[in-house]
Design a protein around this ligand. Structure first.
Ligand code: DQA
Length: 144
């Protein structure tokens, strides 16, 4: 499968940003591990990170007809970006929402995802393993 991994705002700061919540690994380290693991299973991975809502939406549009599945950690956009949710719905590409931390056991505003209803699944609280779990969900949900 051709998988697009999207990481939203502040995830470029992984490793430095609240390591007690998000871990000590950088985004590059996580992506290197994820790419190697996905490739070993025969999947191709592309990655995009942006701190800008519109740039994420543009990248989702570009994925149309290109990607077989999307793994997205929308960062704080999770909790209020109806525009990203609409873009995911419009693309019609199976998408899994991933969070490093457990959004359901943190502040109340994090418990709500406006994006999850547009996704085929949500993974939360597994750290970097969550991205791999997202890949598993995409592969399982693939039409045969
Ligand atoms: C996050 C959780 C969000 O609430 C937060 O705004 C993030 C990271 C996570 O991966 O745990 O930026 O998506």
């Amino acid at each position: 499968m051709k998988i697009l991994v999207i990481n939203g705002p502040n995830l470029n700061l992984l490793g430095k940003r609240e390591p007690e919540i998000y871990g000590s690994e950088t985004l590059d380290e996580i992506l290197e591990w994820l790419t190697a693991t996905a490739e070993a299973k025969g999947h191709g991975l592309e990655h995009f990170q942006s701190n800008h809502e519109g740039a994420i939406i543009d990248r989702l549009h570009e994925a149309m007809g290109q990607a077989d599945g999307i793994i997205i950690n929308p960062g704080a956009f999770t909790h209020y970006s109806y525009a990203i949710r609409d873009a995911i719905t419009a693309m019609g590409i199976p998408t899994v929402e991933v969070h490093l931390s457990d959004i359901h056991s943190r502040e109340d505003f994090r418990k709500i995802s406006v994006i999850a209803p547009a996704c085929v699944g949500q993974v939360s609280g597994l750290g970097k393993e969550g991205y791999l779990e997202g890949l598993r969900k995409l592969v399982q949900g693939r039409p045969v």
